[in-house]
Design a protein around this ligand. Sequence first.
Ligand code: FAD
Length: 415
Amino acid sequence: MGGEVLIVGGGFVGLHSAYRLHELGYRVRVYAGDLSRAASWGNAGIIHQGSITAVPEVMGLLKLIRLTLRRDSYVSIRPSFALREIGPKGWLTRYVSEVRSGRIAVKARVLQRLLLESRSLWLDVIRREGIDAELNESGSIEVFASRENFEHESEFRSRESRELGYRVRVLDGDECREMEPLLSEHVVGGLYYPDDLWINPQRTVYSFADALRRRGVEVIEGFVDSVGIEDGRAYALTRNGRERPEVLLVCAGAWTRKVLRSAGLDVPVVAGRGYLAVTEPSERRLARPVICADQRVIVGQTRAGEFRLSSYFELASPEAPPDNAKFERMRRWALPVLPVLKGLGFRITWVGSRPCTPDGLPVVGKIRGTENLYVAAGHCRLGATLSAATGKIVAEMIEGKEPEVLRDLSPERFA
Ligand SMILES: Cc1cc2nc3c(=O)[nH]c(=O)nc-3n(C[C@H](O)[C@H](O)[C@H](O)COP(=O)(O)OP(=O)(O)OC[C@H]3O[C@@H](n4cnc5c(N)ncnc54)[C@H](O)[C@@H]3O)c2cc1C
């Protein structure tokens, strides 16, 4: 078909969408914002096959409150966020009603469908475009020092994987150490996900943007000032003035709500912030990423040998300053199972924002009442993974097809 598409946001969702649209013959320009602040830059890098339970179901209301009130917890809500989002149309209010909705199975199927497709789409783009992703295809391993957590999680995952068709293997402590000799004696058991991939997100995001540029996509590291709607058609105000593309697609991650507000719309995507600390390099190597499950710290390792520790789910403004004590705490949490982290200095500390909807599903679709305004955001803790399938659906949708999965992802559900 072809035509001109302007994309707001250059995280993985924007980049995959640009890639698939360009493949279909569209002329694509991406305003990527600040890539070093994108969640796609600093995430844990696991292209995951499991984890298909949406956040409101993983963390029902009681668990959310319990975890938030606990000292030293990986979940927190900043008071200013709670005050802002607790009104009748607030995000927290919608989240609470979603927890009660009982749609867990429906949502799991939607997510799993996207997850399964994303793996091969990621491999396709990395290989075809020669993206320097530091790809690791050895799966991931989730390890437990708490026997209670291990028993609960292994039973849950075994059942879920049978129902939804992903692969997971339950391991005892010795099997975990055989696979990953850097794990300590404290590990009592683990779950091995053989089909997971790992990428170095920071490297991937820049290499992907360069690959698109080589193909003729314009990727600009700069911001769109605002978007607006005139006579049913969306436009963007940029450094080039008022741009009126045939299609305007907003993929601005946790900033999506802010961007769309400038056009008078409310799509409830907020920031579930995560922290990242990258150590100096070590000569001792992990074979694959390790998820320290008891405190939810994920540890990957770059080609250069740096360990990347990430954790936390903090509901706050994307612009709020980080709580610096949290970086060292991630190491403290991971140390009992990965003693190799001891004493390594941090080279990078970073905080970034998972884009989160109140029902835990992404929001992908056309904005009603407009001819050319689309949104693709809200992938929360699975966005690195799901971005690949999302890019494909976005391209199909703009072509005028209606992939079935869009029905569950439509922005109209928040109207
Ligand atoms: C610590 C952490 C660990 C994670 N681990 C994983 C994981 O292991 N696996 C997984 O699948 N997912 C993971 N995620 C989630 C994943 O990173 C996100 O869901 C995903 O990156 C979201 O991609 P996105 O493109 O929607 O948004 P982003 O990557 O945040 O990109 C949005 C972009 O929009 C830009 N922007 C904003 N406003 C404007 C504007 N006005 N004009 C132009 N551009 C604008 C921003 O600068 C940014 O570049 C993790 C997230 C975090 C924070």
